[in-house]
Write a protein that binds this ligand. Structure first.
Ligand SMILES: Cc1ncc(COP(=O)(O)O)c(C=O)c1O
Length: 430
């Protein structure tokens, strides 16, 4: 099996290229989620995966840092999760039935996260955001929402705007502007701006507590604390979107890491180790409208037995090994960011990386990207070209430069990736 194929021509992607042509004939855009189509030199079709590795249909092996766009915190084949899902499968599919793993997973979440006393399940992060906003509006009787620029909260019309610095518009064609009319866009990290804007006409402040989607930025000191105080002052519901940060920035998510407890948390991705899931968790008071049954909570696939079994096994493994795996993932992410920054400086190319917890972001930009606002200067096409160079070297990152670590990455993977980074930077420079 090949490990990447440094310097090889495009024929090494022959089967993926042929698959792409076939897919485009009947599968819209040839992919099931638009960003996957941006991979250079071509979107890669995956045949199988094991641990932290992917094998494509041409037989090349990659160290995987895309990890399913985040969920695969235990890698692709965690034995406990696979065994739990297999056992759940052997009991029949049981879709839309009441089953004991639902309450068990809610209990495990309550034990893991400071602000997860009560939980409701859905199937995706996008749905969970919508449910959290509905809870906030039902509880407060208000409609207005604060959202921050370059925070991403899924693909709904309601909050699908202002997803990049410098573009406050809708994220997609075909959105209903009326659906987001009650959203106020503010600058992430600027607590003063929130304090000035907020009043008792707002239902919720929705925030990525650490701006991973924007480029792996930690909250500025005091930002989350001041959001907490300002929302409490006006009876506004504080919602942390922890779809990425949940179970990734630590077992307690961003709220555990930074010591600020929101009213509601939106969860997904890593919660079920790779199976579809979404959840809203919160304090008893914030969840009352849902817990009492007054707010309609619907969804055929909510709480499906396979996802619940995966979630339980995942949280079980994460809580058992939290003391070792989180520091290790964080250290690996920091090491890879250092290596890239060092190689880029040596080659005098406009590439940089920033790590936060078990994630890192690579940017192509001529001058340093220090704040979220600086991401307006990122050369997005050059970033895609660089992740394409990494792919040729056997490293599979998200095309836009975001990389995740899993507990399955080991020292050998990191050494291999460091060598790949050096080679990719050299080719990018050339
Ligand atoms: C912070 C955040 N919220 C919500 C979502 C939407 O989740 P999903 O893709 O499961 O709908 C995402 C997806 O990347 C996300 O990063």
């Amino acid at each position: 099996m090949r490990q990447g194929a440094s310097g090889a021509g495009e024929d090494r992607f022959e089967r993926s290229l042929a698959y792409r042509q076939r897919a485009l004939r009947h599968l819209a855009h040839g992919v099931s989620s638009t960003p996957r189509a941006s991979q250079r030199p071509t979107p890669i079709a995956i045949a199988r995966a094991e641990g932290a590795h992917l094998v494509d249909i041409d037989g090349a092996r990659y160290v995987d840092y895309a990890l399913g766009y985040g969920p695969l915190i235990l890698g692709h084949t965690p034995p406990g999760v696979i065994a739990a899902v297999t056992a759940a499968l052997s009991a029949g599919l049981r879709a839309a039935s009441i089953h004991t793993d639902e309450a068990a997973l809610a209990e495990a979440m309550a034990a893991a996260m400071p602000g997860a006393e009560m939980t409701g399940f859905v199937s995706t992060g996008t749905e969970a955001v919508l449910l959290a906003l509905r809870i906030a509006r039902a509880t407060t009787g208000r409609t207005r929402i604060v959202k921050f620029r370059a925070n991403y909260h899924g693909w709904s019309d309601t909050v699908g705007l202002g997803n990049a610095i410098g573009d406050d518009g809708p994220a997609a064609l075909g959105q209903d502007p009326a659906a987001s009319a009650s959203v106020t866009l503010l600058d992430w990290g600027d607590a003063g701006e929130v304090e000035a804007a907020l009043d008792s006409s707002y239902a919720a402040v929705l925030v990525e507590p650490a701006a991973i989607n924007g480029g792996c930025f930690a909250p500025p000191p005091g930002f989350l604390e001041r959001l907490r105080a300002a929302t409490s002052r006006h009876g506004v519901v504080l919602i942390f979107d922890e779809v990425i940060t949940g179970f990734r920035l630590g077992l307690g998510g961003a709220q555990g890491r930074y010591g600020v407890t929101p009213d509601l948390s939106v969860l997904g991705k890593a919660l079920a180790a790779g199976l579809p899931i979404g959840a809203v968790s919160g304090t008893r008071a914030a969840m009352e409208v849902l817990a009492s049954g007054r707010l309609l909570h619907r969804g055929t696939f909510n709480g499906n037995p396979l996802s619940m079994a995966a979630g339980l096994a995942c949280l079980n493994e994460l809580s058992r090994s939290a003391a070792t795996i989180y520091p290790r993932m964080d250290a690996f992410a920091a090491r890879l960011a250092d290596r890239l920054n060092h190689a880029a400086a040596k080659a005098a190319v406009g590439l940089q990386a920033r790590a936060l917890g078990a994630a890192l972001q690579i940017f192509a930009a001529a001058s340093p990207v220090v704040t979220l606002r600086d991401t307006a200067r990122v050369d997005r096409d050059a970033t895609l070209r660089f992740t394409g160079e990494l792919l040729r070297e056997g490293v599979f990152a998200l095309p836009r430069g975001l990389c995740y670590l899993s507990s399955a990455h080991d020292e050998d993977d990191i050494l291999r990736t460091e060598t790949a980074i050096d080679a990719a930077v050299a080719r990018f420079a050339a």
